[in-house]
Design a protein around this ligand. Structure first.
Ligand SMILES: [Zn+2]
Ligand SMILES: [Zn+2]
Length: 278
């Protein structure tokens, strides 16, 4: 499969999969770390040759910009602002904008798609339920849950928790990660036939031009349920993953303790060797 940088728009594309979407990004309205205001993304995405984007702001236990003391329904209403402003501007400019969110459960992060504002308002239990229950809930409601940047090591992350059995897919490539963390994630997924996604984790529109990440589809996505169905099927798309983020080299080492969770959601300490990543 050939990836190419097209001269006119600088966007990375894959032959046979011409419809490109960003599926992990944040707005200044709803994420405390978001730099770009929702409406300011649209023109840049169109210019870079994208067909759509999915806003995934940090939710309640993550780096949300929303006051956590608000009553639940008001919190949800405020939280959806980033998406709603982007969607309104997207509608004006003829660009697809879909809704998702990034949930933080005891430092692990999950990208959730296919459920909307009304659903969130009606399901306050989604806020605090432990990860295995979150997976069951989202799954039973027809949503998609993707383990975000599973091998990420950052000051805010005390350990790496791997939950291959409690997600539908994993983010094998995250442009916010250094390459070694993606190389571990990519090979972990590949060896286990875990469906992979790729996201830019965009917080600032300045980092969009030429980003090597994103999801390319053979057919366009008409709504968020198209995204959910196709990712769950594992077919009809290619996650963009640069070659240097696929290959594990001898110098690549993890710094944090790692835990692999079993079907009962019990974590077992593991090393790279145990995971076949060395
Ligand atoms: Zn952030
Ligand atoms: Zn994110």
């Amino acid at each position: 499969m050939k990836e190419s940088i097209e001269e006119n728009d600088m966007s990375v594309t894959v032959e046979g999969y011409p419809y490109k979407y960003e599926v992990h990004m944040h707005t200044a309205e709803s994420s405390a770390c978001g730099k770009t205001h929702a409406a300011d993304y649209i023109a840049a995405f169109i210019e870079q040759g994208y067909d759509g984007m999915i806003i995934t702001d940090h939710f309640f236990h993550g780096n949300t910009a929303v006051d956590r003391n608000l009553p639940w329904e008001d919190f949800v209403e405020e939280f959806c602002k980033g998406y709603e402003i982007a969607k309104a501007e997207g509608d004006k400019q003829g660009f697809k904008v879909f809704f998702g969110w990034e949930a933080n459960r005891l430092v692990d992060e999950y990208l959730i798609y296919g459920l909307d504002k009304a659903w969130l308002k009606a399901h306050p239990e989604v806020r605090d339920c432990p990860h295995d229950e979150l997976f069951k809930l989202i799954d039973s409601e027809g949503g998609l849950i993707v383990g975000a940047h599973p091998f990420r090591e950052r000051p805010y992350v005390p350990k790496v928790n791997l939950h291959p059995l409690q997600v539908h897919a994993m983010e094998a490539c995250n442009f916010g990660n250094p390459p070694y963390q993606d190389a571990f994630a990519y090979n972990f997924c590949k060896d286990r036939n875990i469906i992979m996604t790729s996201g830019t984790d965009l917080h600032d529109v300045k980092n969009l031009a030429g980003a090597p990440t994103g999801m390319c589809f053979a057919e366009p996505l008409n709504d968020i349920s198209d995204y959910v169905k196709r990712v769950k099927s594992g077919k009809g798309f290619v996650p963009l993953i640069p070659e240097e983020r696929k290959k594990i080299t001898p110098d690549m080492k993890n710094m944090l303790p790692m835990f692999l969770y079993d079907e009962k959601n019990i974590g077992h300490p593991v090393e790279l060797e145990d995971l076949g990543l060395k």
